[in-house]
Design a protein. Structure first.
Length: 508
């Protein structure tokens, strides 16, 4: 027969005092533990001894030792602000005060975050500044015509205080510190800085010289300056191409021209490059633009065969790999009606104009450029290890109510359950090495110029084995102009040897 307790939550009366004692002891122990954790958290001591170091580096060290993060606005701390700090076993507040000593900065600690702010001027400083403030008047005019420039911006340097000039170029600013500097700017003109005075007088702005007239755009059958061009033309120079370690010149313009979409179909060197100008124009037919190299049409059809179709995908090999990026002077892309107006239906998908380098007049010069790089797979799939896989298999059999045996589960009984092979590391875990050598010999006079350019490019893969992509190229170019400029001739020879030794099938 069981006793039924109806009071004190079903606890025997003789055990109730003991339970209360246990609860009190537990509360005291827990409170003491929390106090100890709190003391260790807020009692962090900081030791730093550095000279002529960036303030941000000191804040990072304080964060490392204290565990407190920090935050400040972009315009709060100057980029080159250097300080000296020497604190030993100091509190967080002492370390921050020492670091910001002598600077117009202050700090606040909010939820384990150190917030750095600019010091607010005191009432006395504000009062002194008010008595030292002056009213500024002036006029902004064109340096050539002398006419006023309406809408010019006059800003106090370092402050969010500005005003626009009136219809005659006049402006007025009140309560400006007498040590301040004015920044005057206007669209199409060179900005100017002027020291503050009661009457700064007339400020002459000079018109900015634009380089649009100096940039020449090649449109195939003719050239014109950028200032006179009314069409949409993208352009990339040899300097931008040479800064990128690529084997295909089209990859060099990826992401650098609006409206031009470039996609490499595979990470394997030498693969086909898909390019679309202002979107896809056809579903069934091709969308490749019309390629022209030094005025000569260049095929964009893929070079594919049964031996390379698997590793390269259905896109095959890009014929533009036969061009050495080091031989290219510039690349222009015609995007709009200019393409069809000049080249007809062949330019319906746009036109890519590639111009190779030519010799320059002057003393014969030799340039050699070499670089070497390494690349690896950046991220692998997170796969199961052998113990995890075996555990999954056993759990699956248990859930199905099946007793595994050597027939139904050879991986549990027949295979080596202690062995693990990371096939990702085995198949694509290598290091791809890239070597590139470019040499150029150029010279001549104003009438005759020559250029001999040669390059060697080598790139291995992350696959196991002696797989290699190699390309050797040579370009010889001669230009001659008659003294009266009535005759101009250009002769160039380009030789390229391209060898792509890759596995027949994708081993991954």
């Amino acid at each position: 027969m069981y006793r039924i307790y109806t009071k004190k939550f079903g606890i025997p009366e003789k055990l109730y005092p003991k339970l209360l004692l246990i609860m009190r002891l537990t509360t005291v122990i827990l409170l003491a533990s929390l106090l100890q954790v709190s003391a260790s958290t807020f009692g962090q001591r900081i030791t730093i001894n550095q000279k002529n170091v960036a303030l941000e580096s000191v804040l990072k060290e304080i964060r490392k030792q204290s565990g407190y993060g920090y935050y400040y606005g972009n315009d709060v701390i100057p980029e080159k602000q250097k300080i000296n700090i020497a604190v030993t076993n100091a509190s967080l507040e002492e370390a921050l005060s020492t670091a910001l000593q002598g600077l117009e900065l202050r700090f606040e600690i909010e939820d384990k975050v150190i917030v750095i702010k600019k010091k607010e001027p005191s009432f006395l400083d504000s009062l002194v500044d008010r008595f030292q403030a002056i009213d500024v008047r002036g006029k902004v005019v064109d340096s050539e015509t002398g006419e006023g420039l309406p809408g010019a911006t006059v800003k106090v340097k370092g402050l969010n205080k500005s005003v626009s000039t009136g219809k005659d170029g006049d402006f007025f600013l009140d309560n400006v510190n007498e040590d301040a500097v004015l920044e005057i700017s206007y669209i199409g003109y060179v900005a100017k800085m002027v020291k503050v005075s009661n009457d700064v007088g007339t400020i002459w702005l000079e018109m900015a010289m634009s380089d649009l007239q100096e940039v020449t755009i090649n449109k195939g059958y003719y050239t014109e300056t950028k200032g006179l061009s009314t069409s949409s033309v993208g352009q990339i120079s040899s300097e931008e191409i040479e800064r990128q370690p690529v084997s295909n010149p089209l990859i060099a313009i990826q992401g650098r021209m609006p409206g031009v979409f470039i996609q490499q179909t595979s990470g394997i060197p030498g693969t086909k490059i898909n390019i679309q100008i202002r979107g896809r124009n056809s579903i069934a037919n091709g969308n490749e633009p019309f390629f022209i190299v030094d005025g000569v049409p260049f095929t964009s059809d893929k070079l594919s065969s049964e031996n390379v179709s698997n590793i390269f995908g259905v896109s095959g090999v890009s014929p533009l790999n036969s061009l050495n990026p080091g031989d290219i002077e510039n690349i222009e892309v015609l995007k709009d009606a200019d393409a069809t107006a000049i080249y007809g239906s062949r330019g319906a998908n746009g036109v890519v104009l590639i111009t190779t380098k030519r010799g320059k007049a002057g003393k014969t010069s030799l340039d050699v450029n070499y670089y070497r790089s390494y690349s690896e797979v950046t991220k692998y799939l997170n796969l199961l290890s052998t113990p995890q896989y075996l555990e999954m298999r056993r759990e699956g059999f248990a859930n199905d109510g099946i007793i595994p045996d050597i027939t139904s589960a050879p991986d549990l009984f027949k295979w080596d359950t202690t062995r693990y092979t990371n096939w990702q590391k085995e198949l694509i875990g290598g290091t791809a090495k890239t070597n590139s050598v470019q040499s150029s010999l150029s010279g001549g006079n104003e009438d005759t110029k020559f250029l001999f350019n040669s390059g060697y490019y080598q790139e291995s893969s992350v696959f196991p084995g002696p797989f290699m992509y190699q390309k050797f190229s040579s370009l010889f170019s001669v230009n001659h102009n008659s003294r009266d400029n009535k005759l101009a001739t250009h002769f160039s020879v380009n030789y390229v040897f391209d060898k792509n030794n890759l596995p027949v099938t994708d081993i991954t």
